[in-house]
Design a protein. Structure first.
Length: 72
């Protein structure tokens, strides 16, 4: 049961990060494109980098939190 709650918590954290990232990107697009900065393709590439990077980071963090540092 504990594993179920931890996986739900990590999943909720990931969804929260994705939603926050979408809001941040929309905010940045509205300002940056207005002044001729990064293109939409640049934002899509950064989004893919973060969407791929965050689950790996969360998985490593949950291993570290559970005491599996890779030392044993």
């Amino acid at each position: 049961m504990r594993n179920l709650f931890e996986s739900v918590n990590i999943r909720a954290t990931f969804v929260g990060l994705v939603v926050a990232e979408i809001i941040l990107i929309a905010f940045l697009i509205s300002f940056d494109i207005a002044r001729g900065g990064m293109t939409i393709i640049g934002y899509v590439i950064w989004s893919l980098v973060f969407i791929i990077f965050f689950p790996i980071l969360l998985k490593q963090w949950s291993k570290y939190k559970n005491g599996d540092n890779g030392d044993n």
